[in-house]
Design a protein around this ligand. Structure first.
Ligand code: FAD
Length: 408
C-alpha cells in the first residue's frame, strides 16, 4: 500500500491548483505535496490565451502562474503530462494512467473544465479549433500565417476576444452567435449592443440568431461554415467558443457528489471530508449570492483555492467573495462585478457614446452587479461596495457627481 500519511495530492495543474499549493505552504502545511497535471506545462494563466498571447504580444513563459522553480523551492513534486484516472477513497490513493498509485492524507481536485464540443458534420476538419490550452493557441497561430477568412462560432467572451485579435491582425472576421445578442448569458442588452457596434467599427461582421448546421471542407481542410437557413460563410480558420463543461468524471467515478460540477460546501469540501475541490470544476454555495454557483473565472479559481487549502489545514473559513471578471476587446476594458441575472432596472453612469461607462444593475432597490467599460475606478469601488454589502441607490449610481467612494 502506498504511503499516505501527511501527503496532499492535487489533481489538475491549472490556475486553481497553482494557488492551492502556494496557499498550502502559506498556511504552514509542511508535509509532502504532489501536483498531477495532464498538460505538459506548469500551472499557467489562461486569460492571455485569447488576448495578448494569441496576438503574439506575450511569450509562453510569461503565462506561468509562478516560475517553475517556485515548485522546487516549495518542495512540491510535480508530475506533468500525467493523468489521474482513479481515486480509491478507502485506501486513500490516486491512480495515474500507467497504473502507479499515490497515497494521500488529503486530496484536492482542481480539474477545471473542458470545451463544449460542437456536434456538427465537419467539426474535425483541419483549420477548426477550440481554445482552452496553450497548445490550442500555438496551433491556431501556426494556421494564421496562411488564413485570411476567420469565422468564430460563439459570441461570448472568448469568441469576441479572438475576433478582436483577428481583426487587429487584418483578417476578415465573422462572428456567428446563436442567441439574438452578444455575451447573452452575462451582460445586459445595453452592453451587448455597445460591443456589437464596437466590433462593427473594426470591420467584424456579427451575425446573431445563427444556427451552425455543418462545416464544409475540401481535401480535409475547412472551407466554409453553413448555417440553418442556407447561409454559407467562407472560412479557412474556424474557432469554436461555445462554453465549457466541468471535469467531473474522476470525482464521479470515485462516488463523490456531482451536479453541474463537483458539489462542495462553503469550505470547498466535497461529500468526502478528506477531499476538497476548487475552481471551474466546482458547484459551490456562494454566501455572497445566497445560492449555488458554478463560476468560470480567475477570481473563483484563486479565492476558492485559498479556502480549500485552509480546509485541508484544519483552518476552516467560509467562501464569501463577490464574483468578478474581465474581458479585453480592442482597447475596451470590460470589468464585471456581481451577478446581474434577474435585474429589473439598469442605470448608466458615464457616456456610452464616449465608450467609457458603467451599468449598475438593480433588482428593486438592491444593487446586484456593475459592468464597467473602460472605467476601472467604478469597477474597483463597486467591488468594495458589493463585497461589503453597502447599499447604493439608483440615484447615487446615476449621478456622475456623486462620489461612490464616500459610501464606504
Ligand atoms: C481563452 C480563455 C480566456 C479566459 N479569460 C478569462 C478572463 O479574462 N478573466 C477570467 O476571470 N477568466 C478567464 N478565463 C477563465 C479562467 O482561465 C478559468 O476560470 C481558470 O483557468 C480556471 O482554473 P482551474 O484551475 O479551475 O481550471 P483549468 O484552468 O481548466 O485547469 C485544470 C487543469 O486540470 C487538468 N486536468 C483535468 N483533469 C485531470 C486529470 N484527471 N488528471 C490530471 N490533470 C487533469 C486540465 O488538463 C487542466 O490543465 C479564460 C479562460 C480561457 C480558456
Amino acid at each position: 500500500v502506498p504511503e499516505n500519511r501527511d501527503r496532499i495530492v492535487v489533481v489538475g495543474a491549472g490556475h486553481a491548483a497553482g494557488q492551492l499549493v502556494a496557499s498550502l505552504r502559506g498556511e504552514g502545511f509542511a508535509g509532502d505535496i504532489t501536483l498531477i497535471g495532464e498538460e505538459p506545462v506548469h500551472p499557467y494563466q489562461r486569460p492571455p490565451l485569447s488576448k495578448q498571447y494569441l496576438a503574439g504580444e506575450l511569450s509562453g513563459d510569461r503565462l506561468l502562474f509562478r516560475p517553475a522553480d517556485f515548485y522546487r523551492k516549495n518542495a512540491v513534486q510535480i508530475r506533468l503530462g500525467c493523468r489521474a484516472i482513479g481515486i480509491d477513497r478507502d485506501a486513500r490513493t490516486v491512480t495515474l494512467e500507467g497504473g502507479e498509485r499515490i497515497g494521500y492524507s488529503g486530496l484536492a481536485l482542481a480539474t477545471g473544465a473542458r470545451v463544449r464540443p460542437l456536434p456538427v458534420e465537419g467539426h474535425d476538419l483541419a483549420g477548426v479549433f477550440y481554445l482552452r490550452t496553450i497548445d490550442d493557441v500555438n496551433r491556431i497561430r501556426a494556421r494564421l500565417e496562411t488564413a485570411r477568412a476567420v469565422v468564430i462560432i460563439g459570441g461570448g467572451f472568448i469568441g469576441l476576444e479572438v475576433a478582436a485579435v483577428m481583426a487587429k491582425l487584418g483578417k476578415r472576421v465573422t462572428v456567428l452567435e446563436m442567441q439574438d445578442r452578444l455575451m447573452p448569458r452575462v451582460v445586459s442588452p445595453t452592453v451587448s449592443e455597445f460591443y456589437r457596434e464596437a466590433h462593427a467599427r473594426h470591420g467584424v461582421r456579427v451575425v446573431t440568431g445563427a444556427q451552425v448546421s455543418a462545416l464544409a471542407g475540401t481535401n480535409g481542410e475547412v472551407r466554409a461554415v453553413a448555417c440553418a437557413g442556407g447561409e454559407e460563410c467562407a472560412a479557412d480558420l474556424v474557432v469554436i467558443g461555445i462554453g465549457v463543461i466541468p471535469n467531473t468524471v474522476l470525482a464521479q467515478s470515485a462516488g463523490l457528489a456531482c451536479d453541474n460540477g463537483i458539489v462542495v460546501d462553503e469550505f470547498a469540501s466535497t461529500s468526502d471530508p478528506r477531499v476538497v475541490a476548487a475552481g471551474d470544476c466546482t458547484n459551490h454555495p456562494s454566501a455572497w449570492a445566497g445560492r449555488r454557483l458554478r463560476l468560470e473565472s480567475v477570481q473563483n479559481a484563486l479565492d476558492q483555492s485559498k479556502i480549500a487549502a485552509a480546509t485541508l489545514c484544519d483552518k476552516r473559513r467560509p467562501y464569501r467573495e463577490v464574483p468578478w471578471f474581465w474581458s479585453d476587446q480592442y482597447d475596451l476594458k470590460l470589468q464585471m462585478v456581481g451577478l446581474s441575472q434577474g435585474f429589473d432596472r439598469e442605470i448608466v453612469r458615464g457616456a456610452i457614446g464616449e465608450g467609457r461607462f458603467s451599468v449598475f444593475y438593480f433588482r428593486g432597490e438592491r444593487l446586484l452587479a456593475v459592468d464597467s467599460i473602460s472605467r476601472p475606478a467604478d469597477h474597483m469601488v463597486s467591488r468594495r461596495l458589493l463585497g461589503a454589502g453597502v447599499a447604493v441607490t439608483p440615484e447615487q449610481a446615476g449621478d456622475p457627481d456623486f462620489e461612490l467612494k464616500s459610501l464606504l
